[in-house]
Design a protein around this ligand. Structure first.
Ligand code: FE2
Ligand code: FE2
Length: 474
């Protein structure tokens, strides 16, 4: 079904024929817009932004590009096409037909999964709301806003499920999603990483590179769900998510590129000199990577989890690319390695694979991050710079799971409190690192111009030139 833009809420779920649901969502819509006005990108309401809007769910041509004022963006409800005769791919119900309604026994668990996912979407918009005031270029400003409107749409995607399948509780949860606030002491967002600040563009790029990628892996696991509307919703969200990951990976790559250019030009790797030259030294980038990597790692939860096991067995949440894995998809008798700390040593222990699904998803994510870091490392290599980025040990700076309460170095050494206090400034951004990065944040709004600390991209958006006016200020 194509998307009808004549309706108040664009959708491909035939909302017009479900009057009660349509009215409930139309009632939520102004509350959403109030939230956007209050917590969305600051001072952005009059800007015209060159944005993509979904006009179909066809993988070959789903987006339309054009100037939009963001409060007029057409947030809608788009599900990937139903797969004919889709069967449950894993767990106790493997082989049965997928569900078009929520089974009573899984209702509250499923609602919690959807609310937790839904909560991250507006949270990231809130975290990023000040960044437009310090954009390094119009190209980057447009990308930030594209990410923001799509996170807004992801909230719509989850709210649709809550309204359509969870009755009154679902409607109450949908309201609460607009009431929590990232970083709020009394009513914070559900997950810790979504209550951290995103105070500068380096943090933004690291966030989209790492934390949006957590989003990708969570959505991929939910796309396997036996609850078909959730699966279809997540499948379309994944199409949008790819751009967010691109913004993050290429954003950091352009910072590395710029620093390496300056290092080669001035034949120096002295961080003090490089800061004097207005670029971000590579060790500081590594510290930001360490910080965001560890905070995002925590989002996957404890290594061993009976909740994760029951989500899987019940068919609510699968593994990443479940269909490509060659096993029984029930995990009977299978094991998976998880870390364990014995005294001051980190060892590996084998546990039933069913209980280690959080760890497995975290490992899948980490593998993808590792591959991207390999791509980053070609940049210093190309410039003849010796520095190489690397991921810290999975126990580094963790707050959840077996490493919580311990201090582990990036090399995987268990440290004493005193050692950690003495050394953590080498591994995590210090106040002065953050202050330096903050000092670079200006606002560049001339088409084709870029802040000194970041290289231009290789190409523009939608094959437009790099000096295209991606945002009009009027
Ligand atoms: Fe999202
Ligand atoms: Fe995203």
């Amino acid at each position: 079904m194509s998307i009808n833009y004549d309706e108040r809420i664009p959708n491909n779920v035939d909302l017009a024929s479900q009057r009660t649901l349509q009215r409930a969502l139309e009632h939520w819509q102004p509350n959403y817009l109030r939230w956007w006005a209050e917590m969305g990108p600051e001072k952005s309401s009059t800007l015209e932004v060159y944005l993509r809007t979904a006009v179909s769910v066809d993988p070959k041509g789903w987006a339309h590009y054009g100037y939009v004022r963001m409060p007029e963006y057409r947030w809608g409800i788009f599900l990937a096409p139903a797969e004919k005769d889709r069967r449950i791919g894993f767990g106790a119900h493997k082989g049965e037909a997928v569900w078009q309604e929520v089974p009573g026994e899984y209702r509250s668990t499923l609602r919690r999964l959807i609310v937790t996912q839904g909560d991250t979407e507006p949270a990231s918009v809130e975290q990023q709301r000040h960044l437009g005031l310090t954009c390094p270029s119009l190209y980057d400003l447009r990308n930030l806003f594209q990410v923001n409107v799509e996170e807004g749409r992801h909230l719509w995607a989850m709210v649709y499920l809550l309204h359509a399948y969870f009755g009154r509780d679902g409607r109450e949860e949908a309201e609460a999603l607009l009431e929590r606030r990232s970083g709020d002491a009394d009513n914070p967002r559900i997950l810790t990483a979504f209550n951290e600040k995103t105070p500068d563009w380096l943090s933004f790029f690291m966030f989209t590179f790492l934390t949006d990628r957590d989003g990708k892996f969570q959505l991929a696991a939910l796309a396997e769900s036996a609850f078909d509307p959730l699966s279809r919703t997540c499948r379309f969200m994944l199409t949008e998510e790819a751009h967010h990951l691109f913004v993050g990976e290429s954003g950091v790559a352009r910072i590395i590129e710029r620093t390496c250019q300056v290092m080669a030009e001035h034949r120096t790797d002295d961080p003090v000199r490089l800061r004097g030259l207005g670029v971000i030294d590579l060790p500081t980038l590594q510290k930001y990577l360490n910080f965001h990597y560890s905070v995002t790692s925590d989002l996957y939860g404890g290594e061993v989890s009976s909740n994760a096991a029951s989500f899987y067995t019940s068919g609510l949440k699968g593994r990443f690319e479940e269909g490509k894995i060659a096993d029984d998809h029930r995990l009977e008798g299978l094991e998976y390695p998880v870390p364990e700390v014995v005294g001051d040593r980190i060892v590996t222990r084998h546990v039933p694979a069913l209980t280690a699904l959080n760890e497995r998803l975290r490992d899948d994510w980490a593998r993808e991050v590792e591959a991207a870091i390999g791509r980053w490392n070609r940049i210093p290599e190309k410039h003849g710079v010796a520095f190489r980025f690397r991921l810290p040990h999975k126990g580094f700076h963790r707050k959840i799971g077996v490493f919580a309460g311990l201090h582990v170095s990036p090399d995987g050494e268990v440290l004493s409190e005193a050692q950690w206090t003495h050394r953590h400034g080498e591994w995590l951004p210090t106040e002065s690192d953050r202050a330096y990065v903050h000092s670079l944040m200006g606002r560049v709004t001339q088409p084709g111009k870029f802040a000194n600390w970041i290289a231009p991209p290789h190409q523009g958006i939608n094959r437009m030139p790099i000096d295209f006016e991606y945002v009009r200020f009027n």
